[in-house]
Design a binder for this molecule. Structure first.
Ligand SMILES: *[C@@H]1O[C@H](CO)[C@@H](O)[C@H](O)[C@H]1NC(C)=O
Ligand SMILES: *[C@@H]1O[C@H](CO)[C@@H](O)[C@H](O)[C@H]1NC(C)=O
Length: 352
């Protein structure tokens, strides 16, 4: 009896029993009528402190970010702000994204970054080089990115004016729409192309601009690609409904510049061999219909066969003529010396 009470007390003391999840705490805080009630719910002083290094990071080959939002830091309820710590490795890029519910103010602790932002349709592209000690504002809903231009890691701290700012990764999400929709919006790109490009989209934080990678002698390889949009039947990749593009296919895809020998009209890339569903291959050959291409191929083939036949006939005739000529000068061994043939005539080798 006493021992079980002691055990319960010990468990309670270590927080194993009755420790509410952050979601429970958030629900309580949201239901609380006043600030004083919320402070009572947040009964430990440490409830007001967030340790970035102890929290889950969003990671890629180029660095990581850690965010304190209402999801993992309940004290933010009703306070309208959040914070993200970013560590961009050498040439790391925080890939283009938007925050649906917040404007961001990013302070660069060290190093040097370039940033770009497009606030909305009709507005100019805003580009900056931001040095350590400066901060830049990224407007709510704008598409923006940050690129570490140095060969050493950098650190930034970003404050956002929402406890639940949200992130929408532009590239990862855009390519998660139905592939024929993405292809059409790109002017008629084939769905295999879309799928191939999608399979290459690296996780954030990604390796950044090529010029920086060259300068810092970094190779763009082995970037994880797990942040892509999940798939179901409504946004399935061609000929498949699985949530991921198998790595065997990913390996086969080559961007167009790497396949200069490919036909000008073959927009399907190497990925096409692995695709069975032809219904999706709209405009995959750049608008020239398949029947025209097949007809052209047949005509070229027939012409080629004709030339080969002519060449063979010509060769056979020439050989026969040569043989006749050679026969004229052929002397059987037992006839040599009988001067049937002028002595200065060349002797031809003939088959015995
Ligand atoms: C981080 O987490 C570890 C293990 O969970 C803990 O021991 C440590 O005290 C934490 N550090 C901070 C600063 O919260
Ligand atoms: C910036 O600070 C981080 C963390 O201290 C450090 O690892 C990094 O090397 C620094 N980068 C530069 C460019 O000073």
């Amino acid at each position: 009896m006493i021992s079980s009470i002691l055990l319960a007390a010990a468990l309670a003391a270590t927080g194993v029993v009755g420790a509410p999840s952050p979601a429970d705490v958030v629900a309580q805080l949201k239901a609380a009528p006043a600030q004083a009630d919320r402070v009572k719910i947040l009964d430990k002083d440490s409830d007001f402190v967030f340790n970035f290094w102890n929290n889950t990071a969003v990671k890629g080959a180029g660095g990581e970010t850690i965010s304190a939002t209402v999801s993992n830091f309940p004290v933010l309820v009703n306070n309208g702000l959040s914070m993200t710590l970013g560590m961009l490795g050498p040439c790391g890029m925080n890939t283009p994204h938007t925050h649906p519910r917040a404007t961001e103010m990013l302070y660069l602790v060290n190093g040097s970054i370039t940033t770009g932002m497009i606030p909305e349709n009709g507005e100019r592209f805003i580009f900056n080089t931001v040095e350590a000690g400066s901060a830049q504002v990224f407007l709510q809903g704008s598409i923006h990115y940050q690129q570490n231009e140095g060969c050493d890691p950098i650190l930034f701290v970003a404050a956002l004016n929402s406890e639940d700012p949200g992130v929408l990764s532009a590239t990862q999400r855009y390519f998660g729409l139905p592939p024929d929709v993405v292809g059409a919006a790109l002017g008629g790109l084939g769905v295999e192309y879309v799928a191939g490009l999608e399979s290459m989209i690296p996780d954030n934080i990604a390796l950044g601009r090529q010029e920086c990678l060259d300068r810092c002698k970094i190779k763009r390889e082995n970037q994880p690609t797990k942040q892509r949009q999940s798939r179901d039947s409504n946004n399935a990749l061609p000929g498949m409904t699985s949530t991921t593009w198998p790595s065997s296919m990913t390996r086969r895809y080559q961007p167009p510049s790497a396949t200069p020998t490919a036909s000008k009209y073959s927009k399907t890339g190497n990925v096409a061999v692995a695709i069975s569903d032809d219904d999706h291959t709209v405009a995959a050959n750049g608008g020239i219909s398949n029947s025209v291409l097949i007809t052209l191929a047949v005509v070229v083939g027939v012409l080629a066969v004709g030339y080969v036949v002519i060449a063979v006939v010509w060769l056979v005739r020439r050989r026969r003529n040569d043989a006749k000529k050679a026969n004229r000068f052929y002397v059987r061994p037992e006839m040599t010396g009988r001067s049937l043939v002028p002595t200065d005539e060349p002797k031809y080798d003939t088959p015995q």
